[in-house]
Write a protein that binds this ligand. Sequence first.
Ligand code: GLA
Length: 385
Amino acid sequence: MAIHKSFVKGFKSELVVHSPGRINFIGEHTDYNNGFVLPTAIDKKIVFSFQKNDSEHECKIYSSSYDKMLDVNLSDLKPSKEEWENYILGVLSEISKISNGVKGFDCIIESQLPIGAGISSSAALECGLAYGLNELFNLNLSKIELVELSQRAEHNYVGTKCGIMDQFASVMSENEKVILLDCKSKHYRLIDAHFEPYKILLLNTNVSHNLASSEYNTRREECERVREIISKTYTKVKSLREVTKSMLDEYRDELTDVLYRRAYYVIEENDRVLQASELLEKKDIQGFGKLMYQSHRGLQHLYEVSCPELDFLVDFSEDYSQIIGSRMMGGGFGGCTINLIHADSVNDYIINVKEAYRKEFNIELTSFVTVPSQGTIIQANGTKH
Ligand code: GLA
């Protein structure tokens, strides 16, 4: 802020965009297998302020979290060595492939989202920028186009071959709803998110093992390998979504133990998402919570994307009957657990779990209670739409 004070002071915002992080109740690592997920946006977000600067190609983008300025020339876009810059450069590059409407602009980005916490600050960054530019320059891109171009930005500039869940949830969510998304057809259904008397508590391990992005891409490749093998005879199989347990068993001898376990997890997790949505609709929150625990154990033992800190938190919660569901959330190897906890127990539990976590890892656990919230919105002259 010190160095860029005059930029911030002279800024005349024409448009403000709120772009939220997301949670996911169940359906982890299923999106890139064309499966099902159950995410929604949260009440923490990144706020973008935009102004046009009347230049053809020059952009100045200031991140208040990093206190860093990114100068971009739209006619010369290329990846940077700084990861946070690549989310932005990637979006600019992907937008320029489908529209020539973006001209010089300035932007201030203020984030309330912790990085590496598994609540998808990256999708919020990509989607908020794309959404804002669409509005500022009247590009007429649909919401789903914004979602998809943001995902491509992450593939092509950041190098994580992410699925569609995070961007979809960040843009398409609605207040007090969760999204049951079919990642194959992109059809979705909004389900009432009534968890009372339980609250949604996120516990942030505050670790982010740097395996995360390389292992993520490895998991994708492993799933793809299983698909390739099975589709030799089952030619209609285009993804693990179409693979059944009996098909998998037919191929057991051709698959390594690791590949077998990866695919087994994905098949079970897809089933769990569908079961969980039905239970939520029937307001069977206890049953819903049990599936969250099962999901965690699958991620821990079969898909192997958890870590000791996440496992500790889930194990710890199992001794408390007030917590009816708990699991790691997002890509894994750190970040948050999502917990369904009785409203009366939140404060006491946070004190207990923080102390136990500090004792075990000598790391400070952070926590927040969140609610299913609205996806990306434009806020102009005090009105939101
Ligand atoms: C990350 C990716 C998502 C999804 C999750 C795991 O958040 O960005 O696309 O694959 O991991 O469910």
